[in-house]
Design a protein around this ligand. Structure first.
Ligand SMILES: C[S@@+](CC[C@H](N)C(=O)[O-])C[C@H]1O[C@@H](n2cnc3c(N)ncnc32)[C@H](O)[C@@H]1O
Length: 211
């Protein structure tokens, strides 16, 4: 298959999978092997296919966050989001997780020496994160399907959740902000703020503290 056709087929699949999983999360186990295989295949060329400003909206959201001690980048790919967090917040310990083992290999290889002591990467499924409840003060996602129950679970009370999309609604993996807000409000999140930067958009929300 010509590579442009393969790329467009992959984008359609990513959009379809996102729409299905956000509405019906129980379908995820059926889609997971296909998603992992697709991103394993894309991993070696992921960085060269990215455009400048890829994380402009993600960065704009980070600028509004109080410095976290522990942060998680979910669906980190080759690690760019984890590096952005670690660079902005020099006190933060940052974990990046990805379903694709080949993405994790690239992320580890990309880690700048000066961040290596504070940034680590693990292969993990966002639908079942290998972390105890309340492990992180900041959980961030760029261009990644949100698994709302797990995001809420691993975030500490009072912690910040950031969801960003590089091309706004044109992003293959995209969830409309009304839908994000509704899912998060149903889980008690508040203090929503929206950001637009470059081609991208982001939503920031805060998990409530118990009374
Ligand atoms: C579109 S890429 C975005 C990568 C990176 N955040 C970026 O913006 O460059 C989506 C990433 O999410 C990962 N992913 C998809 N589903 C996942 C899941 N359930 N758990 C963890 N990672 C997942 C893919 O392997 C892929 O690396």
């Amino acid at each position: 298959m010509p590579s442009d056709l393969a790329r467009r087929a992959g984008q359609h699949f990513a959009r379809l999978a996102t729409n299905l999983v956000v509405r019906t999360p129980v379908l995820w186990p059926l889609l997971r092997p296909l998603m992992r295989a697709m991103f394993d295949r894309l991993a070696p060329q992921w960085d060269s296919s990215r455009e400048p400003g890829h994380l402009a909206a993600y960065d704009a959201g980070l600028a509004a966050v109080d410095g976290p001690a522990r942060a998680l980048d979910v669906g980190t790919g080759t690690g760019l989001g984890a590096f952005a967090i670690a660079t902005r917040f020099p006190e933060a310990e940052v974990t990046g997780v990805d379903l694709s083992g080949d993405m994790v290999v690239e992320a580890r290889r990309n880690t700048p020496e000066e961040l290596a002591g504070r940034v680590r990467f693990e292969q993990a499924d966002a639908a079942r994160l290998p972390f105890p409840d309340g492990s992180f003060d900041l959980v961030a996602l760029a261009n990644m399907i949100p698994f709302f129950d797990e995001l809420e679970r691993v975030l500490a009370p009072g912690g910040a959740l950031l969801v960003a999309f590089t091309w706004g609604p044109e992003t293959p993996i995209f969830v409309p902000f009304e839908r994000l807000r509704a899912e998060l409000e149903a889980r008690g999140f508040s203090q929503f703020a929206e950001f637009a930067a470059g081609t991208g958009s982001a939503l920031l929300a805060r998990k409530p503290r118990p009374d």
